[in-house]
Design a binder for this molecule. Structure first.
Ligand SMILES: CCCC/C=C/CC(=O)SCCNC(=O)CCNC(=O)[C@H](O)C(C)(C)COP(=O)(O)OP(=O)(O)OC[C@H]1O[C@@H](n2cnc3c(N)ncnc32)[C@H](O)[C@@H]1OP(=O)(O)O
Length: 305
């Protein structure tokens, strides 16, 4: 499938990209005039793992991850997210998307460790392309993206949140956010490290990345990883208020400014995507890395509660 960032999609998505999306249209069977997804706001479109609730009146769609139990970023979820974002972005009814979780207590557990363990190089290649694609699609989106973080947000979950323009985190001491890759025995790719540095600065990133720090809400706010910490039942309403603030700015000026701020970081990856994939595949295929990941996954499975 030809996507803006030029990545090739998994074979099944290439053959029938929309087959990954189950249309959950309610109420209307035809798109509203002038747009494909909004109408009176009663239309829902999404997929098995991504629920999209569009509100044409406000031009905002709420996109909910729905991959229980922990919204781990499986190849399917990554693919469905990219397709859903592309679909909303191509519909001129919409100017903003709120990303949130439909699973209790977890925004996203990050990359699906079962995609990183015991597979073959062709699978790792396909998987990493999908990770790159989601990051590029979110980081460079012309839409306003607000993360309504209503649960734990480690690693890949944090990466999605960092690609948004604004982050609102629920005030629950169990909802940690950060990049903890080193604790799994792996390293953060340069483009995600750059995103971290852009958000919280060099020194804080140097420390947090090496230590694999996961920040509770108050510390996440202090370090600048999130913009607001609010009671759990106010996360979505606060995200909507933030969205209104961002949408009050004329789109063209905001979009040009976003591009100016983010282009250099994205270009670093765009210039060397294939090399980045090769690096990832050779790294993840190492016996020592496979062992570390398996030990971590086993600990996760044994740890309950
Ligand atoms: C060069 C390489 C760069 C790669 C970059 C990698 C970035 C990443 O994203 S790596 C992934 C890192 N993620 C984590 O470390 C998070 C691990 N998960 C957790 O800490 C917790 O699950 C949670 C805080 C998110 C939620 O806790 P909760 O108590 O609600 O649920 P659990 O009982 O722990 O988990 C339920 C179930 O889900 C499985 N699981 C959890 N996380 C993952 C995951 N990331 N991938 C696959 N599976 C996961 C967990 O094992 C449990 O499974 P079982 O019910 O079968 O035991």
């Amino acid at each position: 499938m030809a996507l803006a960032s030029g990545v090739r999609f998994p074979a099944r998505a290439l053959l029938r990209p929309w087959s990954l999306l189950r249309d959950t249209t309610l109420g209307r069977s035809e798109p509203a005039a002038g747009g494909g997804g909004g109408g009176d706001g009663a239309r829902l479109f999404g997929s098995q793992r991504v629920l999209v609730e569009p509100d044409a009146a406000s031009g905002v769609a709420v996109m909910k991850f729905r991959n229980p139990p922990v919204n781990s970023l499986s190849l399917e979820l990554l693919t469905e997210l990219v397709i859903s974002l592309e679909k909303v972005e191509n519909d001129k009814t919409f100017r903003g998307v709120i990303l949130t979780s439909a699973c209790p207590r977890v925004f996203s557990a990050g990359l699906d460790l079962t995609e990183l363990c015991g597979r073959n190089p062709a699978h790792y290649t396909e998987y990493w392309k999908a990770v790159q694609e989601l990051w590029l699609r979110t980081y460079l989106s012309s839409l306003v993206l607000v993360a309504a973080i209503n649960g734990a947000c480690p690693a890949g979950g944090c990466i999605i949140a960092l690609a948004c323009d604004c982050r609102v985190l629920a005030d629950n001491p169990k909802y940690h956010i950060g990049l903890n890759e080193t604790l799994l025995g792996i390293t953060t790719p340069f483009w995600l490290k750059d995103t971290y540095v852009n958000t919280i600065g060099h020194r804080a990133s140097e420390q947090a990345l090496q230590l694999g720090s996961l920040f509770p809400p108050s510390e996440a706010l202090q370090v600048g990883l999130v913009d607001q910490v609010v009671p759990e039942d106010q996360v979505l309403s606060t995200a909507l208020s933030e969205m209104a603030r961002w949408l009050a700015v004329p789109d063209h000026a905001r979009q040009l400014t976003k591009t100016m701020m983010r282009k250099a970081t994205a270009d670093r990856l765009l210039r060397q995507r294939d090399a980045d994939i090769q690096n990832f595949v050779s790294f993840i295929c190492r016996d020592s890395i496979q062992k570390s990941l398996q030990v971590y996954l086993e600990k996760l499975r044994q740890r309950k509660g």
